[in-house]
Design a binder for this molecule. Sequence first.
Ligand SMILES: O=C(O)[C@@](O)(COP(=O)(O)O)[C@H](O)[C@H](O)COP(=O)(O)O
Ligand SMILES: [Mg+2]
Length: 412
Amino acid sequence: MPGITYEDFLDLEYDPADSDLVCAFRVEPAADMSMEAAASRVASESSNGTWAELQVEGSVTDLSATAFAIDGDEIRVAYPEELFEPGSMAQVLSCIAGNIMGMKAVERIRLLDCEWPEPLATSFPGPGFGTSVRTEIFDAPNRPITATVPKPKVGLSTEQHAGVGYDAWVGGIDLLKDDENLTDQSFNPFHDRLTESLDARDRAEEETGERKSYLVNVTADANTMLERADAVAAAGGEYVMVDVITTGWAAVQTVRERCAELGLAIHAHRAMHAAFDRVPSHGVSMRVLAQIARLCGADQLHTGTADLGKLENEDTVGINEWLYADLYGLNDVLPTASGGLHPGLVPELIERCGTNICVQAGGGVHGHPDGTAAGAKALRQSIDATVEGIPLEEYAEDYPELAVAIEKWGTE
Ligand SMILES: O=C(O)[C@@](O)(COP(=O)(O)O)[C@H](O)[C@H](O)COP(=O)(O)O
Ligand SMILES: [Mg+2]
């Protein structure tokens, strides 16, 4: 009896079942390989096949993926539901972004997009809040929420950190955010930073009458992140910040479960994402990383500045649309635009991305010639002006902080 071979994983007549996970890949076959041959190997090695002919019994082939479409350098592969462990992103990725990334049968391969079927998608919790943070945590139904990262990224003492937070909050910023490499170092220990920053937050709320919050970075091993999440809830915080790529999705899922119990929202930073998504011919696209972040429970996610800032971005607007779109009733995600932003860029950012976003500016606030408080005011003024439809230069006639920012950084 003939066994199963790579060729059994290619069927261009196959019509995916509703419960199949469908993945799109960009594939550059190896020099001596046709696209059909490469496609069959992608489907095989990412499901239950291998290079040797296999004698198999019974329904084993029911778990086999099928490469069912080839369009130029793109292929589409359908994965049967039974292949996956419901609710385990690590297991799903071990299939669709596992060994195939290193196969000699392809020169390059990139996981571009996924169509998540309802059974698999709803086996994940999704976000606890999503864009509803704007009204559940803040009073910002009609404007972007704002955030600032104290700069320099690390090195401030706890007292200095809380002081910068206070100035920024009183200046009109909604969220203080830790930088990605600030966790629990001796110059600014986690627990001290948490309590002193939230004390400053409380004073700023009293002073401004506005609700404020803090994206405290809990990133560490899973057990430590749980301890830190408990501390955040006990101290009266509303958010934890997790670097979702460096910690890994399994740890994110563990933190999501704890945050559900504690009623905390998750801000997802994405340091190291570019190692996966920057080279267009290879890796895992930011679109797919964003999909994974939503399924695993990120309420806010960095998705870029629509090419306005200092960092390379992949399709910010398209990714944001997917994060807003209905997904079997799972909550949406609030996109965070960050990286090289300053008040002068806000009108164009909102033109491209709308107001249902979080705008983060670190250097664009703390680099203001008149300091953090003035920088915070300038950012808030640019948001208010843009939401009211008033040109920045005109608004700046009455708001000197904004005028100074525009003079310093311009509006492009
Ligand atoms: O360290 C930084 O560079 C930032 O704090 C921005 O600082 P500035 O506001 O001073 O630029 C953020 O980590 C990046 O925006 C992350 O990139 P992305 O949002 O693309 O994931
Ligand atoms: Mg940073």
